[in-house]
Design a protein around this ligand. Sequence first.
Ligand code: HEC
Ligand code: HEC
Length: 212
Amino acid sequence: MTAIHPLPRRGRFSAGTLLGLSLLLGSVQAPAQETGSVTAGREASQACAACHGEKGNSNSPAFPSIAGQPSAYLANQLRAYRDSTRENAIMNGQAANLSEQDILDLAAFYAAQERKVANPATTDLDEGRVLYHHGREGLAACAACHGAEGRGNQPAGFPALRGLTAPYTAQSLRDYRSESRQGGQAALMHPLAAELGDEEIDALATHIATFD
Ligand code: HEC
Ligand code: HEC
């Protein structure tokens, strides 16, 4: 018997992928309407400043910058930490006693701050760059949702990726892949991350860290 090896298709998206994506988008809850107060959020953010910086731009690679993220994204992450659908010992503790109003206020405050990237990485990887911008069979381009420069999509609630360190990004992708990171719009990331091998995750994280 002669095995038949079809040529791999090289398109960015197959029709099936696009259909799957639009069905998925339709099924994920739209970001909630936020009614947070920036002033109250600034007050509450005193508790967060030691790690995330005065206005949400972190000075330490151990803590992600949260400035300028969509408010719906921020609120969803705080709810996910509070409810432990996103697990992290530090943040589960920080969010445990936040009320819904605290969450909306904090989200409004950080969303209104300008996101700054202090030290973009200087090493890049071709594999990560190509995957990010073009995707591959079975994998939508990251840029389609997160933007060519990693600025995210505010109205859709898609987070900015610029300013995230490679270890943080790689960990997030592994957590989506294992579905240990849930809540918010995580269901959009699960099937994408499930496609990724370890080397691809590391290459993507390396490329994303170069965004300025
Ligand atoms: C002791 C340090 C510390 C304090 C204080 C702290 N955080 Fe965090 N925060 C972290 C760490 C570490 C992470 C990354 C956790 C992970 O990998 O899931 C994080 C993650 C987050 C994220 C998710 C970021 C993203 O890109 O998804 C948000 C939102 C957040 N923190 C908001 C807050 C708010 C609001 C407060 C104050 C109420 C706060 N944090 C207080 C350390 C801290
Ligand atoms: C269909 C739109 C879409 C595509 C395509 C997409 N993402 Fe996402 N991404 C999202 C959404 C929505 C979230 C927020 C999920 C949540 O609420 O946890 C997210 C979250 C993330 C986060 C977490 C950010 C943080 O601050 O913790 C990372 C990292 C990420 N995506 C990387 C990628 C990479 C790498 C790719 C390409 C392989 C990609 N995404 C493709 C929609 C998308």
